[in-house]
Design a protein around this ligand. Structure first.
Ligand code: 4AD
Length: 434
């Protein structure tokens, strides 16, 4: 059996002969005694004191099991318990050139990511990530949504051709999916409200702190919904996830020094602004210049830049929905407002404190002719989307959905600048190894 440090650090075990399995995190040798910090397989730490004669060959990251009596000593780190050890059983002695130490360049940590994920910081992030996924799934299950899966190898783009990864599929060209939305749209006809968590791929040429080339995409789609319904789903889902992880992962947040008091307050309703008002607001901002060469200010019809998203939420502690984008800056599937030509029924959600967009969603164009026209305008090859158009030919219904980037959400929740730090093996323009 494997008892971890968190479980052992309990008065019931004081005076008992116990053991702990793990890796040597730190070694501090004194003449007679050696202090070992053992890191267990969930990142917990236990101090062990053992006769120095038994630790001659031990190195950092050697894997061991240590046996001894549990005792209390207020000087022992993380809880004041330690093991007065009398025996070490060794699984493997680590080579003594372990490359990860206390002060490392970011590049080295990424080159050696397979080892760097053992750092306690990364362990805490990964535990919170697991809880984000768990509580997201739980929210959907509890609210009567069906989880589905969709293909990743596809024939067409969803979010525009410029970020498609092309692959060879036997003798054909194919692409890595940017979003499973079109497949979820197909599945609402047989399953009603559906959702999935799928990797999405974007050949993002820019290096930014919020773009990955492969990210985990939580997407949901439902028939007979309004934009208001979709906004409410997102408010409830995100609030539920955050409320629960701050309770279930208190220690991890503490370790990461993330102040959770502002997260604890996240609850519906979130703030809202129309796209049009957002542009007006940004036009009064000196800092928002769309084109550096001409010093042109942002205007109606421009997409929101990273800077503009940051400014819109800089001093707010609530997420902000930006509602009603012009169709020309949204993909072909966005439904047009009937009373206002050119306006899309869509909303993006911006995280507070300048973290920028975390979800994007809205109603889907359910009129066959309008959709076909939009596809022509975007230069999409009809033969790759004929199956999708069938959804409008046979029993089309009003419907909509949204997509949430898990790493984007994590970036805000953890207050981490660089999106690469929210997952174990990030994929970016320059990084595909390890
Ligand atoms: O805004 P996007 O491109 O919207 C869609 O893909 C829709 N088809 C989703 C849907 O309605 N089913 O992407 C949705 C979200 C963004 O808000 C962002 O959180 C995340 O996916 N995202 C990225 N995350 C990390 N790296 C990237 N390169 C991302 N691109 C999008």
């Amino acid at each position: 059996m494997n008892i971890r440090s968190a479980e052992l650090k309990h008065d019931d075990y004081i005076g008992k002969y116990v053991s702990i399995k793990g890796w040597i995190h730190r070694i501090r040798k004194q003449k007679e005694n050696t202090f070992l910090l053992i890191r267990d397989d969930r990142g917990g730490i236990m101090q062990c004191i053992i006769d120095s004669s038994k630790t001659n060959n031990l190195t950092i990251e050697s894997s061991v099991e240590i046996f001894g009596i549990l005792q209390k000593d207020t000087r022992a780190p993380e809880g004041g318990y330690e093991i007065k050890a009398d025996e070490i059983s060794i699984f493997s002695i680590s080579k003594n050139d372990y490359p990860i130490g206390e002060y490392q360049s970011l590049d080295l940590l990424l080159d050696k990511r397979h080892l760097a994920i053992r750092t306690r910081r990364m362990i805490m992030v990964s535990k919170i990530r697991s809880s984000v996924l768990y509580f997201s799934r739980k929210w959907f299950i509890d609210n009567d949504w069906i989880e589905v899966t969709a293909p990743i190898i596809v024939k067409g783009s969803v979010e525009g051709g410029s970020t498609l990864f092309k692959i060879k599929y036997f003798d054909e060209d194919a692409y890595l999916s940017q979003s499973v939305q079109l497949y979820l749209e197909a599945m609402i006809f047989s399953l009603g409200r559906v959702w999935s968590i799928t990797p999405s791929f974007r050949a993002e040429k820019s290096r930014t702190v919020r773009h990955l080339t492969e990210f985990l995409h939580l997407e949901a789609e439902a028939p007979w919904v309004s934009l208001e319904d979709l906004i409410k789903f997102q408010e409830e889902l995100i609030s539920y996830v955050i409320q629960n992880i701050v309770k279930s992962n208190k220690q991890e947040f503490e370790f990461l020094k993330r102040n959770i008091s502002e997260l604890e307050k996240i609850s519906p309703p979130f703030d809202r602004i129309t796209y049009e008002k957002a542009i007006d607001k940004l036009r009064n901002e000196e800092l928002i210049i769309v084109d550096k060469d001409s010093s042109r200010k942002i205007e109606y019809g421009d997409d929101l830049t990273i800077d503009s998203e940051r400014i819109l939420t800089l001093n707010s502690s609530k997420p902000l929905f930006v509602i009603g984008y012009p169709l020309k800056i949204k993909p072909f599937y966005v439904k047009e407002e009937i009373s206002k030509e050119g306006l899309g029924i869509a909303a993006d959600l911006l995280a507070p404190n300048g973290f920028g967009e975390i979800t994007s969603g809205g109603l889907r164009e359910d009129d066959l002719q309008k959709l076909e026209k939009r596809m022509v305008l975007e230069g999409l090859q009809k033969s790759n989307y004929d199956w999708y158009l069938d959804l409008r030919r046979y029993g089309s219904v009003p419907h909509g959905g949204f997509g949430l980037g898990i790493e984007r959400l994590m970036r805000w929740i953890l207050n981490i600048t660089d999106i690469k730090d929210t997952l174990p093996f990030p994929r970016t323009l320059r990084r595909i190894y390890p």
